[in-house]
Design a protein around this ligand. Structure first.
Ligand SMILES: NC(=O)c1ccc[n+]([C@@H]2O[C@H](COP(=O)([O-])OP(=O)(O)OC[C@H]3O[C@@H](n4cnc5c(N)ncnc54)[C@H](OP(=O)(O)O)[C@@H]3O)[C@@H](O)[C@H]2O)c1
Length: 342
């Protein structure tokens, strides 16, 4: 695979991708992480957002959160002791993580409503095709339309393949691949303006300990290619994100490891702008867009691994573009944008 510049600078800017009054937008994974950041920038008066996540949200119940991580730690230790459980470090960390995530979900919903959007949140596992299908059918029944989709639900459970349990592989793979398949079956292209799938550079280039995740992301990108070809009036694009800084699933340790490979984390504002530039100036048919600064821009291979299997097949996915959304690199379309050719 070689990488060549493909700036979006000269592309005319369209506004018709922007949610406006009456729009209904489905956002899986939208209550937390990087998808929540995007959801907040899509929220505006008159827009109906339909969010999906696994966890139930106890709205308005912030009383047990404490004010900071240390307060949460003290609270977790006290609660475990009073329940007769030994406060083991891993259990304490899990408890703190759970509380912070709960807080983030509630904060996202509050922020979306403050921006004037109508918001509903559905706690369901997107691997459950029946429930996901019921949700989508319900959206069409109740609102009569679905204008845009951001599919951000995803998990990682990094482990070398030799050590992987089948159920772990399935969780990671199915969360993205099965759910995208269901979306492809049940979304109605009439009226659907765009559908963005949140993929990862791991799908295109591989990453240590992420065979399941890489496979899922690459399958998702191929499904994007299929759907984009099948739905002439809808832009379907898979964004192969590089790691984001400060929000989402890429922790400090991961960022450090990737930095050693020349991969620059994506800043929140830059990432969101990258996505919206792609929607406003990108072209239908560009079905996989790599977002972030890394070795792929030099065309010298992988983010820690050999290019994933199926390179040949991937070229059938249509055009692919790699652009800069990392810190330091201006993320706007055209700034160092590159197109991959195989
Ligand atoms: N952050 C990055 O650096 C990065 C880089 C490349 C690609 N991506 C992709 O971007 C997407 C969002 O990542 P993130 O970093 O924001 O992740 P995150 O912070 O871990 O959030 C994941 C979101 O997905 C939801 N989710 C996970 N499994 C689900 C399931 N089975 N059913 C329904 N919802 C589910 C979670 O819901 P709960 O709140 O209920 O757990 C949460 O809202 C993922 O697809 C990821 O692969 C992220």
């Amino acid at each position: 695979m070689s990488v060549a510049p493909a700036p979006l600078d000269d592309a005319p800017e369209r506004r018709d991708w922007e949610p406006g009054p009456g729009w209904v937008v489905l956002v899986t994974g939208g209550a937390r992480g990087i998808t929540a950041e995007v959801a907040q920038r899509l929220a505006r008066p008159g827009v109906q957002l339909v969010l999906v996540g696994r966890a139930e949200i106890a709205e308005g119940d912030a009383a047990d959160d404490g004010s900071d991580v240390e307060a949460l730690r003290r609270g977790a230790i006290a609660a475990m002791r009073s329940a007769g459980r030994e406060p083991l470090p891993a259990a304490i960390e899990a408890e703190i993580r759970g509380k912070l995530q709960a807080r983030q979900r509630r904060a996202t919903l509050d922020a979306l409503r403050r921006r004037g959007a109508a918001v509903e949140y559905h706690a369901l596992d997107v691997r459950d095709g029946e429930r996901l299908g019921e949700l989508i059918a319900g959206v069409y029944r109740r609102f009569g339309r679905l204008d845009a989709v951001v599919h951000g639900a995803g998990v990682i459970e990094d482990q070398l393949l030799a050590d992987k349990r089948a159920d772990s592989f399935d969780r990671v793979f199915d969360t993205k691949a099965d759910s995208t398949f269901v979306l492809g079956q049940l979304l109605r292209p009439d009226g659907l303006r765009w559908c963005v799938l949140f993929s990862s550079i791991s799908g295109r280039f591989g990453n240590r300990g992420q065979s399941d995740y890489a496979a899922a992301n690459e399958v998702m990108s191929h499904l994007a290619a299929q759907l984009d070809a099948r739905w002439p009036g809808t832009r379907v694009v898979s964004i192969g994100w590089g790691p984001w800084r400060e929000v989402g699933m890429a922790g400090e340790g991961v960022l450090r490891r990737l930095a050693a490979q020349g991969i620059v984390p994506v800043d929140v504002e830059a990432g969101c702008r990258f996505l919206f530039d792609e929607l406003s100036r990108g072209s239908k048919g560009d079905v996989l867009v790599v977002a972030g600064e890394g070795p792929w821009r030099r065309g010298d291979g992988a983010a820690g691994a050999a290019p994933v299997a199926g390179e040949g097949a991937a070229s059938a996915a249509g055009q692919e573009a790699a652009s800069a959304a990392g810190q330091g690199a201006a993320p706007v379309a055209g700034q160092g944008a590159a197109q991959a050719a195989e």
